[in-house]
Design a protein around this ligand. Structure first.
Ligand code: A2P
Length: 345
């Protein structure tokens, strides 16, 4: 059986990766529609040796579509997801628009695939830093429940889209020429710099990105019991995020046991060479499917604490790959018919 697929936001950083993954993973595509804004009309993108013309998103664009992979920002998803569902498609949405909606499953296939069974037409793809963290923490949490997570992130420009990635390159060459870097997409120059994450600040003092890690991780793990805090920082890296993660358990968790568990965990690759001080780096995580995990060590400040470090490709597992894996899960479990159409307004 093959499926009619539409990519909403096909011209973006995640959209072009979705296209590549559908092809390289041999997703059973019967027909592919590439949707973006009016700005992209007339462009075409290659898929399976053909050039597919990009269309402007419209009501009619969702007719005769089985699966929509949406990655065009929250407001675009809010405007179009329910239209697509009404026309009979299942939407896998990469934006934050529906993630915390109780009617919308939030899925990392290695962690909570069972949640897909309850979908009502929309399935949310979690925030990128959250996806990467859950891959490393879930297998440990299965063995001994984690009580508290303290995370610090080092996030690449790709999370802010293709234009932000281009801006970091332009800023870098400007600085190397001795010129002032210009920031138009990102709020401040990122080249040779870093800044606290540019998502909106909330009354709590946390930015939205940090609260996504808190709230989405709890929803994916299916528990409100875990205490989580995070500091999210944008760094001048192109497409892989890094995270320093401190975990606190009710009893000691030895680094060797954690290593053993993570060496067999799906979607994770353990990468440690203590003799060479060689651990995961964004340049090695870029373009890879697995989250690289290393520097697993006992927290010297707490007998039940464990420290670890990870890097993962933000565009791939942080976004496009996770979305395509959700689509594969829907196909495998025969879940492309929503149980009850969801009308999100
Ligand atoms: P376009 O290229 O036509 O602007 P990124 O995350 O890399 O910035 O990509 C965002 C994606 O979302 C692009 O494909 C972009 O299309 C698309 N997009 C942004 N705004 C809209 C909109 N209002 N309607 C449809 N697509 C949109």
């Amino acid at each position: 059986k093959t499926y009619r697929v539409a990519i909403l936001g096909a011209t973006g950083a995640v959209g072009t990766e979705l296209l590549e993954l559908l092809e390289s993973r041999n997703f059973p595509v019967a027909e592919l529609k590439l949707l973006a804004s009016e700005r992209s009309v007339g462009r075409s993108l290659p898929f399976q040796g053909e050039n597919i013309i990009v269309e402007a998103v419209s009501d009619r664009a969702f007719e005769n579509v089985d699966i929509v992979l949406a990655s065009a920002g929250g407001s675009t998803s809010k405007a179009w997801a329910s239209v697509a569902v009404e026309k009979g498609a299942v939407v896998i949405d990469n934006s934050s628009a529906f993630r915390m909606n109780p009617d919308v499953p939030l899925i990392v296939p290695e962690v909570n695939p069972q949640a897909a069974a309850d979908h009502k037409g929309i399935i949310a793809n979690p925030n990128c830093t959250t996806i990467l963290m859950t891959l490393a923490v879930w297998p440990l949490h299965q063995v001994r429940p984690v009580q508290r997570i303290v995370a610090a992130t080092y996030q690449s420009a790709s999370g802010a889209g293709a234009k932000a990635m281009a801006e970091v390159k332009t800023q870098s060459s400007a600085i190397l020429r001795g010129e002032e870097p210009v920031a138009e997409v990102l709020p401040y120059p990122l080249a040779f710099n870093l800044f606290p994450h540019n998502s909106p600040l909330t009354d709590s003092g946390y930015c939205e990105e940090e609260l996504k890690m808190v709230n989405e991780t709890r929803k994916i793990f299916g528990t409100q019991e875990i205490r989580i805090t995070a500091t999210c920082v944008r760094v001048p890296v192109l497409r892989a995020h890094s995270e320093a993660i401190n975990l606190e358990f009710a009893e000691p968790f030895s680094p060797d046991e954690a290593r053993e568990i993570l060496s067999q965990a799906p979607g994770v690759k353990l990468l440690e060479d203590w003799g060479k001080n060689y651990f995961p780096m964004p340049i090695e995580a870029s373009g890879r499917d697995e989250v690289l995990v290393g520097r697993i060590r006992q927290d010297i400040s707490h007998p039940c604490g464990l420290e670890l470090w990870l890097c993962g490709d933000q565009i791939r597992k942080g976004a496009a790959l996770n979305a395509v894996q959700i689509a594969e899960l829907l196909v495998e479990k025969n879940l492309l018919q929503p149980t009850k159409a969801y009308v999100a307004r």
